[in-house]
Design a binder for this molecule. Structure first.
Ligand code: HEC
Length: 197
């Protein structure tokens, strides 16, 4: 029995540590990472990508890209999508942000000298040809950190939808406690009534 349990546990643990695409890293999505990621985004992504649903002190109605959609399309061949919801549209939990992270860290040059991307190849089931040139240079010593932070920032931008969900969970807990209390009050009240009779 114990060994079956151990095997089951191992299975569950390995399943969460290694997905279909090998080891799944755990992103640092803490406040500081988000702050650093915001700076990376402003410096390296905002040129092409807008964040329609972004909001802060200065930007109440989203963050437009520096270049307009058409000039990006005519120079790169494709539009740069809005990234507001990218980090949740590509997967649940950290999976979407992890995709952004992998997209930024898996550029390579193939033998013919073409720039390709491994994460994009998996995502599109193609050969990895991508219209976006590496936004963070592959030999940038901060590549891993910057990619983590950008992914954390984009997850934070996409968060509101998730926050609503957790408010829902809080309401459920509140309702459960309330129900319990009402039950006790009900019991106590009737106890008195019974005694009085
Ligand atoms: C020079 C313009 C440019 C810059 C700068 C840029 N991107 Fe892109 N990005 C694009 C274009 C064009 C595409 C569409 C690629 C395609 O479909 O082949 C794209 C696509 C994407 C996608 C979607 C990939 C998919 O699976 O469809 C993500 C995510 C992304 N970029 C993230 C980023 C992040 C994060 C940064 C900054 C670190 C960044 N981009 C900087 C032009 C840019």
């Amino acid at each position: 029995m114990r060994s079956i349990l151990a095997i089951f546990l191992l299975y569950v643990l390995s399943g969460s540590a290694f997905g279909a695409e090998g080891p799944r890293i755990k992103l640092d999505t803490g406040k500081e990472a988000v702050e650093r990621g915001r700076a990376v985004f402003m410096a390296s992504c905002k040129m092409c990508h807008a964040l329609r649903y972004y909001e802060d002190e200065e930007h109440k109605n989203g963050l437009p890209a520096d270049m307009d959609v058409q000039s990006i399309k005519s120079s790169l061949g494709k539009e740069a999508p809005d990234l507001s919801l990218m980090a949740i549209s590509k997967g649940k939990g950290q999976d979407g942000a992890r995709y952004v992270y992998r997209l930024l860290t898996t550029y390579y040059t193939d033998p013919a000298g073409e720039i390709r991307n491994r994460a994009f190849a998996e995502e599109t089931q193609g050969d990895g040809t991508i219209a976006m040139p590496p936004p963070i240079l592959m030999d940038d010593p901060m590549l891993i950190q910057k990619s983590n932070d950008t992914a954390a920032f984009l997850l934070d931008v996409a968060e509101p939808a998730k926050e609503r969900k957790s408010v829902g969970a809080k309401v459920m807990v509140y309702m459960a406690i309330l129900t319990g209390l009402l039950y006790i009050i009900n019991r106590l009240t009737w106890k008195d009534v019974k005694k009085a009779r």
